[in-house]
Design a protein around this ligand. Sequence first.
Ligand code: GDP
Ligand code: IMO
Ligand code: MG
Length: 427
Amino acid sequence: MPAIVIVGAQWGDEGKGKATDQLGESVDYCVRYQGGNNAGHTIVVGGEKYALHLLPSGVLTPDCIPVIGNGVVVDVAVLLEEMKGLADRGIDTSRLLVSANAHLVGGYHATVDKVSERFLGKSKIGTTGRGIGPAYADKINRLGVRVGDLFEEKILRDKLEGALDQKNHLLVKVYNRRAVDIDEVLLEFKGYAEALRPYVADTSLVVNQALDAGETVVFEGAQATLLDVDHGTYPFVTSSNPIAGGACVGAGVGPTRIDRVVGVIKAYTTRVGSGPFPTELLDEDGDRLREDGAEFGTTTGRERRCGWYDAVVARFAARVNGLTDLFLTKLDILDRWERIPVCVGYEIGGVRHDEMPMTQTEFHHAKPVYEFFDGWMHDISGAREFTDLPPNAQAYVRALEQMSGTPFCGIGVGPGRDQSIPLRDLL
Ligand code: GDP
Ligand code: IMO
Ligand code: MG
């Protein structure tokens, strides 16, 4: 039984939630391994729309055990709210497991996130403002507070003192803000302890035992390859490792246990926040893609920047994730284009590049080289088999597949659970 990693192949919002949900009832465990509530994964089941931020998408599949791994940063207030929201809609969240080693995100992290963005001015990252960067900074700085600390009051106070002392100096002396009151934070965190206690587990042990028992485990990435802190468009990235290797670190499983790595990729490209984006369309074509694709952030409601499919990005994602498959989403959004450009390479300072350039400076100057495909001008949202697609849509898909060098395992033709065309089995 396989262990499958699902990872975003572009700059996020590719449809990872839908791709994960697609795997359905044969999935026994669905594990989030990094990120926090900066993520927004939308899943549509029977016309009902669910926007998940911290809960793994498997929570919507009966009997699948959703797991928040050690690599996730958890804002407990958001998690409890999300669980309550689902419970109010009749979804059982009682199976959830949360790693005792996952780090906590507090209001003080969001405060630092927002003031540091303001301080950066024109150079701001355009973060989600959810405190994700400062929470991971505390983790690496060894100033983090973890889920397990909630249950030991003395240790919790000591750790919070360590975390807040430095931050209060920064907030008051550098940013001219009010200091955070440790007693208030302590009270808030202690309030979470009892609510969270039933879900806390040694999730690395649980997931490894599940794999030993031959169960199917899906590791659900948040954010994406180009937002990876090591391999993305640094510094315009998130503060974790969304790439497939991050699943091992953030869930506590060895690389030898992973069987498949599925990249999720849109039939065009979007990005939220600042940073380079070679195929971005700043004209009415970009507006049209945004309107047709409803490209507004699930988490912050911000407009997503839109552009054409970039095969250099696809090849890069295949390389750094070791992709075995790609799941192509939102093909239906291109239904009404007579001609569809695809970026096949870059021109940088007069030199042709077929692979991602080595430096960020080069990437900032990359000009897309386009190949043009004839559109299909036909509603494909009802297609359920590859042969249901018009010939031009088939040709577009096969060309993207060939350029990325990775077999496509499925195609999304709408947001609904059933609106997909399977191309090869994952389970
Ligand atoms: P994620 O963060 O990668 O899970 O993606 P988001 O949920 O943020 O954004 C993807 C959006 O596209 C969601 O609103 C999905 O419901 C929707 N979606 C996913 N796949 C398809 C598809 O194949 N066609 C269409 N039209 N919408 C899709
Ligand atoms: P999902 O999982 C798209 C972007 C932010 C910003 C940068 C850093 O739904 O694909 P952060 O708050 O993480 O420090 O912001 O990363 N970003 C996302 N963009 N989808 C996401 O998640 C994102 N999570 C963060 O817009 O540019
Ligand atoms: Mg999203």
